[in-house]
Design a protein around this ligand. Sequence first.
Ligand code: SF4
Length: 369
Amino acid sequence: MQLLEQSVTTDSHVHISDIRTFRSCRQRWYFSSPMQLGLSPRMPGKALFLGTVCHDSLDRFHIIAADMPSARRPAYMEQCLNETFQNELNRLRRLLTTDEMNEMAIDISDIFDKAEAILLNHVAWCETNFFTRFEVEATEVDFVVPLMPEHGVHFAGRYDSLLRHRNTGRLWLLDYKVSNMPIVWYTQYLQQLDDQAKAYVLACRQIYGRELEGIAFNVIRAKPPTVPKVLKSGEMSRAANQDTTWAVYERALRANGLSPAMYHDMRAQLEEREEQKPFNTLVMITFTDETLELFERSMKQTVREMLRPNIYPNPNFLNCKMCSFKGPCNTAMQHGVDSSIVKRELAEKFVVGRYVQDAQELLETSSKD
Ligand code: SF4
């Protein structure tokens, strides 16, 4: 156990990922938090790259998509994806060596195709489930509100969109979750336990007051619907385990000159499947004042501990995510977290960068898969 001199003192911005990571493993928080070393893996990894590109494309798309004719929206989403993908690639080119870039190149076109299919499916879903229900007031909104001003500590975050509900006129925060987690995890776990949902509603009530009703998570599966196969007989496959939607299936039928009227059985089957295992869904969460007050107290308690943190690894099976800092974490156990050997290992494999928060979220959710 080691008491670090570096600590949270004045004008610190605490993010919800700091609170979650600090509670689960302080050593990981020390390595990854922008309040401490702020390191992230040099190579973002396939899932993280896909999530980042989808997030950025959705933010761009939704700021003006509601005001354009439906027929133009798919092409506009393609344009958003092309731009964000190119930006991410340029950013990686500046960051990675040629060898590392070549290693990434194997996955890059695969990631683009996957993102394209996921996002176009999202656009189709929005036509009946989103545009008719919400107006988008802003996207990519950063906020900073006082948390413990006596210690110079503020709570900071970013949500993806601010929505106004067309029927009630109330405001909702929106956050995208591009994930392979089972949907039930979001509907049950987020509602009851998720700290991000509570923290964001609590913080943004300071900005929007009681006009803010709650937070909505647009959960998007990190897997596009499968395009069905045409059999040698010329019929479309009726395999029961196809992970797809009726919309994609119907499009494939028409593209192959087959009549959807002959596939009513598949329509019923796929619509039922999509209800149980949707590719897009909206989980809308509200909290009572008592829940938010309790959460605020516990959040401040954690921040008080961050003010003079004891840093130690937490390698028990509930908290240790075998995270991307596993290597330096093991070395630190032998040589101490401030040893030169740990510093060298960190310098070789990690960078300060924008992936820190995305990576923390991904590590947290992937451990529950
Ligand atoms: S490997 Fe486990 S104990 Fe080590 S920093 Fe990561 S989460 Fe913590």
